[in-house]
Design a protein around this ligand. Structure first.
Ligand code: 5GP
Length: 201
């Protein structure tokens, strides 16, 4: 796609993706893609800020129209990344963050091999469970389902480009900033720089 960097951040529910991504975008250096979902809004969640909330029919119509860069089902609901915003931001040279689950992440890698896939992992399953229960936004059944899902997701770490363990939020944010900086310095992402330096552009 465009000139910006497409950064995918995945990780089990409760790994702290929301907090880490919130800190990353607060610096103004990144554009965050807002997903569409058929999940019901949690208390405090707002349309167009946290998600675009859709019915299953609406979501399936968007799938049929080819509106998504990727989409997947997670614990019984659809989640998907609307393509136009991501494309526009990348074309404008902005770095775009997608906070999505594993199946969607691999669809992105297949469509955009230059995307950078980062897995945000919890320090341990015990810590993950404590965070999910402490959050208090899900029923015990949903917590159990998400923990089971986390066990499966952790086995896919090897297919990511980077793994960051979220023991300390600020450290995790710094790690991701370092990864992005290194990726931007890849020679393959800077073709033509020799001509620019020589002044023969
Ligand atoms: P939650 O219900 O906790 O907001 O999100 C559940 C999972 O869906 C999280 O792992 C989150 O990263 C993922 N997710 C959110 N938006 C998308 C999306 O657009 N596509 C995919 N594939 N996963 C998403």
């Amino acid at each position: 796609m465009g000139k910006g960097l497409l950064i995918v951040i995945s990780g089990p529910s409760g790994a702290g993706k929301g907090t880490v991504v919130g800190k990353l975008i607060s610096g103004g250096d990144y554009a965050l893609s807002i997903s569409a979902t058929t999940r019901s809004p949690r208390e405090g969640e707002k349309e167009g800020i946290n998600y675009f909330f859709k019915t299953r029919d609406e979501f399936e119509e968007m799938i049929n129209k080819g509106d998504f860069l990727e989409y997947a089902q997670f614990c019984g609901n659809y989640y998907g990344t609307p393509l136009p915003y991501v494309k526009q931001m990348l074309d404008e040279g902005k770095n775009v963050i997608l906070e999505i689950e594993v199946k969607g992440a691999f669809q992105v890698k297949e469509k955009c091999p230059e995307a950078v896939l980062i897995f945000l992992a919890p320090p341990s399953m015990k810590e993950l469970e404590d965070r999910l229960i402490g959050r208090g936004t899900e029923t015990p059944e949903v917590v159990a389902e998400r923990l089971a899902r986390a066990m499966d997701e952790l086995d896919l770490v090897d297919d990511y480009d980077y793994v960051v363990v979220n023991d300390d939020v600020d450290e995790a944010v710094n790690d991701i900033r370092s990864i992005v900086k290194a990726e931007q310095r890849r020679a393959a992402r800077n073709t033509g720089i020799n001509k620019k330096i020589k002044g023969v552009d």
